[in-house]
Design a binder for this molecule. Structure first.
Ligand SMILES: Cc1cc2nc3c(=O)[nH]c(=O)nc-3n(C[C@H](O)[C@H](O)[C@H](O)COP(=O)(O)O)c2cc1C
Length: 169
């Protein structure tokens, strides 16, 4: 038995998404609307609201890093999603650190399990977000990778995996 909603209700069912931190130059932003869209070459799409400072930075610089942090860091990720980088230096307020940058000057966050270096190759406006399509040009893999990804459930809720099943591949 289903109940049909049209128009769509304000609150949609929660879809857990991997939360990441996007760095463009010195700024950090929480991101969950992202997905791989090609394996060879490896390409990634991200959706960014025009109001975000990151949108301006991406248009200006054409590159970014995507930093994937474990569940231990959900609070820092959340902080990077609540304030704007033109007002706040999120690298210092979030408690995260970055000793290195990629070739374009975007942060590699020390606490990340792994980091994608991305170069934007295409952009299109779609509804209230802009889709940036990028080539993933390099991977930075941390020696100590954690098995607990950060999942964002929406409305300030975070979770991680509790069970993994293996089927014959
Ligand atoms: C977990 C999480 C995921 C988010 N995902 C996105 C996203 O995919 N796209 C987006 O435009 N904003 C997203 N946001 C909101 C931005 O992170 C937020 O507006 C942030 O303040 C923008 O920072 P900036 O203005 O420095 O770019 C997310 C927020 C959180 C907490």
């Amino acid at each position: 038995m289903f109940t049909r909603y049209q128009p769509l209700p304000q609150k949609l069912p929660s879809q857990p998404r991997v939360a990441a931190i996007l760095s463009c130059q010195n700024n950090l932003m929480a991101l969950s609307w992202h997905m791989p869209i090609s394996r060879e070459p490896f390409r990634y799409a991200i959706a960014i609201r025009e109001e975000n400072f990151t949108h301006t930075l991406l248009k200006e610089h054409g590159s970014f890093t995507l930093n994937f942090l474990s569940f231990d860091h959900y609070d820092a990720i959340d902080q990077c999603g609540r304030v704007h980088g033109n007002d706040v230096d999120k690298l210092s307020t979030s408690g995260l650190s970055s000793k290195t940058s990629d070739v374009h000057g975007n942060h590699i966050i020390d606490q990340a399990d792994y980091v994608y270096e991305c170069t934007i190759i295409d952009t299109y406006k779609n509804g209230d977000h802009t889709i940036f399509i990028s080539d993933v040009t390099a991977l930075h893999l941390n020696d100590s990778v954690n098995e607990h990804p950060t999942l964002f459930l929406g409305r300030g809720r975070y979770a991680t995996l509790s069970e993994v099943s293996q089927v014959d591949a």
